[in-house]
Ligand binder design. Structure first.
Ligand SMILES: C[S@@+](CC[C@H](N)C(=O)[O-])C[C@H]1O[C@@H](n2cnc3c(N)ncnc32)[C@H](O)[C@@H]1O
Length: 313
C-alpha cells in the first residue's frame, strides 16, 4: 500500500483561511499595482489569431483588444492573454502550483541560495545568453525574474509566464531591482509577439511539462529573428528524480503512467528538420540539459509559421 505523502501546501491553505495571506507584511507581493501601459504594441499581436492589438477600456477595465473585439485586460500592469481561455492538462497543474509558489518565490530563492550553490548554478545556466546592448531578448516562462536580473543592462527584456502568481512576484522584483522588463501572462505555446522580433529567445525550467512542447519550440522559433539563437534549458532525469521527492505536482506528472517518458529528456525531436546544428549539452553536473540552435537566415520564414486555429491551451 502506498504511504500517504505529507502535503507541504497544507500550510498555505491554512494561512489563506486564517487571512494571513492577505497581510502585505507577510506577503508583500500581494499589493495591487496601478495599471501602466508602457509595452511596445507594434511587436505584439493577439496570440490566437495574429491580429494587431491596440489599447482599449472595456467596462472600466484597461487592456488590449483587436479588430475582432477580443479583449485582454491588464492585470498588475501586464496584459493577461489567458483571460477567457481554458488552461488544461499539465499546463493547468503547473499554473496552479506556481500561482501558490509565486508568493513564496522570493523566500525560496534566498533559501536555495543559502542551502545550495544556487547562484553559481544560475550563472552556469545563463553562460550562453550573451545579449548585446539594444537587443530584444525574450524569456519564455520568466517566473519571478531571477534570470533577467543576472543578464546585462541596456537590453530590452520581455517575459511571459502562465502563472499570475509568479508574474506578480516578478513585477515586485523588477521594481525593487530597477529592471525594465515587459511582461505578459500567456502560454508558451501561444506567444503574443509578432514573427521575427527577438535577437535572442531563451527558456529555463518549464518545458518538460508544457502540454505541447513541439508547439512551444516552434513559437520560440517564429518570434526569433533570422540568425537569432534559441536556448532551451530544463532538468534532466537525474534532477527530476530529486524534484519528485520535493514537489507533489512533479511526482504526479512523472509517476503518472500516461505521461510520456520522453519528457525526462531534451525535446530535440521537436526542432524542425530545416534547422541544422542543433546542440544538446549536459550542464550543471548533468542536472540540466541545454538545447540550442540558431534560426536559419535563408529558410523561408513561412516554414516556421503555425496555424492560428484556437484550441484548448
Ligand atoms: C521552474 S520555474 C522557472 C522560472 C524561471 N525561468 C527561472 O529560471 O527562475 C518554471 C516556470 O515556468 C512557468 N510555466 C510552466 N508552464 C508554462 C507554460 N505552458 N507557459 C508559460 N509558462 C509556463 C511556470 O509558471 C514557472 O514560472
Amino acid at each position: 500500500m502506498e504511504t500517504p505523502h505529507p502535503n507541504p501546501f497544507s500550510l498555505l491553505s491554512w494561512s489563506t483561511k486564517a487571512g494571513v495571506r492577505k497581510d502585505p507584511a507577510f506577503f508583500p507581493g500581494s499589493f495591487d499595482y496601478p495599471n501602466t501601459l508602457t509595452m511596445e504594441l507594434d511587436i505584439m499581436h493577439n496570440p490566437y489569431n495574429n491580429r494587431p492589438l491596440h489599447r482599449a477600456t472595456v467596462n472600466g477595465r484597461v487592456g488590449l483588444t483587436d479588430d475582432t473585439g477580443m479583449f485582454f485586460p491588464l492585470r498588475n500592469g501586464y496584459p493577461n492573454f489567458l483571460a477567457g481561455q481554458q488552461v488544461t492538462g499539465l499546463n493547468r497543474q503547473v499554473q496552479r502550483f506556481y500561482d501558490s509558489m509565486g508568493r513564496l518565490a522570493g523566500w525560496l530563492e534566498q533559501l536555495r541560495a543559502f542551502l545550495f550553490p544556487f547562484d553559481r548554478r544560475r550563472t552556469e545556466w545563463l553562460r550562453s545568453i550573451t545579449p548585446k546592448p539594444g537587443d530584444r531578448v525574450l524569456e519564455v516562462a520568466v517566473g519571478a525574474g531571477y534570470n533577467i536580473r543576472r543578464l546585462p543592462a541596456n537590453v530590452r527584456y520581455y517575459g511571459l509566464d502562465i502563472s499570475g502568481g509568479m508574474l506578480d512576484r516578478c513585477v515586485r522584483n523588477t521594481r525593487l531591482w530597477g529592471l525594465n522588463l515587459q511582461l505578459s501572462q500567456a502560454n508558451a505555446e501561444y506567444l503574443p509577439y509578432c514573427d521575427n522580433t527577438f535577437d535572442s529567445v531563451f527558456h529555463i525550467g518549464g518545458i518538460n511539462f508544457f502540454n505541447d512542447r513541439g508547439r512551444a519550440i516552434r513559437e520560440m522559433i517564429r518570434v526569433a529573428k533570422p540568425g537569432a539563437r534559441v536556448t532551451i534549458i530544463d532538468a534532466t532525469a537525474k534532477e527530476i528524480k530529486k524534484q519528485v521527492q520535493r514537489m507533489p505536482f512533479v511526482r504526479r506528472c512523472v509517476c503518472d503512467e500516461a505521461v510520456d517518458r520522453s519528457r525526462l529528456y531534451a525535446p530535440a525531436q521537436f526542432v524542425p528538420e530545416e534547422i541544422r546544428d542543433v546542440e544538446v549539452k549536459l550542464i550543471d553536473n548533468g542536472s540540466m540539459y541545454r538545447l540550442s540552435f540558431v534560426k536559419p537566415i535563408n529558410e523561408s520564414h513561412k516554414m516556421f509559421l503555425l496555424p492560428n486555429k484556437q484550441h484548448k491551451i
